[in-house]
Write a protein that binds this ligand. Structure first.
Ligand code: GDP
Ligand code: MG
Length: 609
């Protein structure tokens, strides 16, 4: 089949608007998956995806479709994760296709990620087909209002908006016809100037223990087969593929992947670091080549850091193994060994965002049965120590709060541009979040019956549950999208916790100056409630540098050692008292030198908000 009859598209929508369910109907209608093997959200393969109802990995699928006019087509669909943590992956998926079906949930209307995804699809030059989904739930005027809102938003006539139900399948036939009629074929939309070499864009990857990393590719020029020697441009890695093929949706080998198609190359490479999302695979193997790299490649960078320790210290090796395994399917996960005096050996993990971290923590528990204790999520800081001897400025990047230097000349932190879309009546409660979150440059713009609030917000604040806070103050109606934009000056300090003179590194945090005292007091009080009494007085101190910001004391345990003695043998009693006093002194010494027992469960409690 020629390129003319290929249609490559994505489904984009705010989370839960029904992308994966619609994909199920497309798989059925095209006979790609037989009805009897169908299960809901078929493309969500991970157990966690099914249970939490979110798409984590992008699943591409190739379908055959015979149109009403009796023409056969190849439809390549890429289902995408909706959350902003995965914005870069989504942007690569958009580059890999020519069209987008933009779904709007009839019960919700336009939401923040609808907006962000629409803008991204426009930037990628995609043909956008608007559709209102879940029409089994909303009818009549209420439905028409959402259709009008969507049309208005896309700048088209209301009559152009399709009405669908991914649940009942209503409208899905029209959608298929619309896709073949409207989405340009790869031939019709040449995205890149020819280079003379075969070129494909890597938009995702998957680890296979036999075939090495499978690179998911969109072929933009020429063709690939297992006969060619190829190169991954960004990591300058040469390889000869073991196999090429398609997603049907199971990986199925074929002889060749040709221009315009979407499929995979089994690279045979075992090191997942070599296959980066956004990289170019090319037949231009030997040097002296023109610039064959497809534009838009970015090194995936972790931005949220969390230290993870096995709850059971004996599970350190299991945790290491599990992280290595997870990394094979998720190259954006970074980790390195780390240790804590209280919790022993563990790892410092780097993540794309808070949701990304939560997903990994949950997968460790479910797929590997490892309970972990983790530190507060933190961000990277750029710290200037001062001028060096030669007058140069010296900047350090700190990703672990305990490494934050005591004396700094200047600090910068990552900042995000955020967009919150909410019904008007929630705007004022949302704006009052200014008291706890460091919003700046706030602006509000009316947007199709709702209000769009834009602002700058340090990433450190964004990961303090802004998402959940918004959901709860807006009864679920406000939606959030963010994009990291760079660095800005930060007015922060390091807060350290000492228990009975023992420094507890896992509790160190970098906090805005204005929040330090409040957080210090809260932490000291929590510790006081949680820590068991010892036979000596324990001081809890929250310190900024050498200054004590908050202090609590836990009284010593009183054990009545004389209780079992009856009668009035006073001298024996005195002897015992004395013995106990000596014992206490010794314990106190041990207490200040050795580890204070803060149990794993206590740590968990402490780190809860
Ligand atoms: P995604 O996050 O965009 O992939 O959304 P899902 O496909 O996972 O769907 C989110 C939720 O909406 C699930 O509970 C689906 O069962 C439900 N859903 C999806 N499409 C429809 C629909 O057309 N009608 C109804 N009633 N529910 C739907
Ligand atoms: Mg989904």
């Amino acid at each position: 089949m020629t390129e003319n009859f290929i249609r490559n598209f994505v489904i984009i929508a705010h989370i839960d608007h029904g992308k994966s369910t619609l994909a199920d109907r497309l798989l059925e209608k095209t006979g790609t998956v037989e009805a009897r093997s169908m299960k809901p959200q078929y493309l969500d393969q991970l157990e966690l995806e099914r249970e939490r109802g979110i798409t984590i990995k992008m699943a591409p699928v190739r379908m055959r479709y015979r149109s009403l006019a009796n023409q056969d087509y190849i439809l390549n669909l890429i289902d995408t994760p909706g959350h902003s943590d995965f914005g870069y992956e989504v942007s690569r998926a958009l580059t890999a296709v020519e069209g987008a079906v933009l779904l709007v949930d009839a019960t919700q209307g336009i939401q923040a990620q609808t907006l962000a995804n629409f803008e991204a699809a426009q930037r990628a030059g995609l043909m956008i087909i608007g559709a209102v989904n879940k029409i089994d739930l909303v009818q009549g005027e209420a439905l028409q209002a959402i259709v009008d809102e969507t049309a208005d938003f896309l700048g088209v006539e209301s009559s152009e908006i399709l009405k669908l139900s991914g649940k009942t399948g209503e409208g899905v036939d029209q959608l298929l016809e619309r896709i073949v009629a409207k989405v340009p074929s790869p031939t019709a939309s040449r995205k890149f100037e020819p280079s003379g070499f075969a070129r494909g864009l890597v938009f995702d990857s998957l680890y296979d223990s036999h075939k090495g990393v499978l690179a998911f590719v969109r072929v933009f020029e020429g063709s690939f087969s297992a006969e060619h020697r190829l190169q991954l441009v960004a990591t300058a890695t040469d390889f000869k593929p073991k196999e090429v093929g398609y997603f049907l949706p199971k990986v199925t080998s074929s002889n060749i992947l040709t221009q315009g198609e979407i499929g995979y190359l089994a690279t045979g490479i075992k090191d997942p670091d070599r296959i980066k999302i956004g990289d170019t695979i090319t037949t231009a193997v030997n040097a002296e080549r023109p610039n064959v790299a497809l534009p838009g490649y970015k090194e995936p960078k972790p931005v949220v850091f969390v230290a993870l320790y096995p709850e059971d210290a004996n599970q350190y090796d299991d945790l290491k193994y599990a992280l290595q395994k997870l990394r094979l399917t998720d190259a954006s996960l970074a980790f390195e060994p780390d240790s804590s005096e209280v919790l022993g050996r563990g790892f410092k993990g780097g993540f794309l965002g808070r949701l990304h971290f939560e997903i990994i923590a949950e997968r460790l528990e479910r797929e590997f049965a490892i309970s972990t204790i983790y530190s507060f999520p933190s961000v990277a800081y750029r710290v200037r120590l001062g001028k060096k001897m030669d007058g140069d400025e010296e900047w350090l990047t700190i990703t672990n709060p305990k490494d934050f230097p005591a004396e700094v000349a200047e600090v910068e932190e990552p900042v995000a541009k955020i967009e919150i879309l909410a019904p008007l009546k929630f705007v004022s409660p949302i704006l009052s979040l200014r008291d706890t979150f460091r919003f700046t440059d706030i602006a509000t713009i009316p947007k199709g019956g709702k209000t769009l609030i834009t602002a700058r917000l340090p990433l450190a604040d964004l990961i303090q549950d802004l998402d959940d806070t918004l959901k709860s103050i807006s009864e679920g109606f406000a939606s959030l999208n963010y994009e990291l934009t760079g660095w800005q000056r930060a007015d922060v300090q390091k807060l350290e916790i000492y228990v009975a003179s023992n420094y507890v590194p896992g509790l160190t945090r970098i906090l805005p100056k204005k929040d330090i005292e409040r957080e210090a007091r809260a932490m000291a009080e929590k510790l006081k409630d949680l820590l068991p009494k010892q036979q000596f007085v324990q001081a809890i101190q929250a310190m900024v540098g050498a200054r004590v910001v908050a202090r609590e004391t836990i009284a010593a345990m009183k054990k009545d050692v004389t209780g079992y003695l009856y009668g009035g043998d006073r001298t024996r009693k005195m002897k015992l008292w004395k013995k106990q006093q000596e014992g206490k002194k010794r314990l106190k010494e041990i207490g200040s030198k050795s580890r204070i027992t803060i149990s794993a469960t206590m740590f968990r409690e402490l780190l809860k908000k």
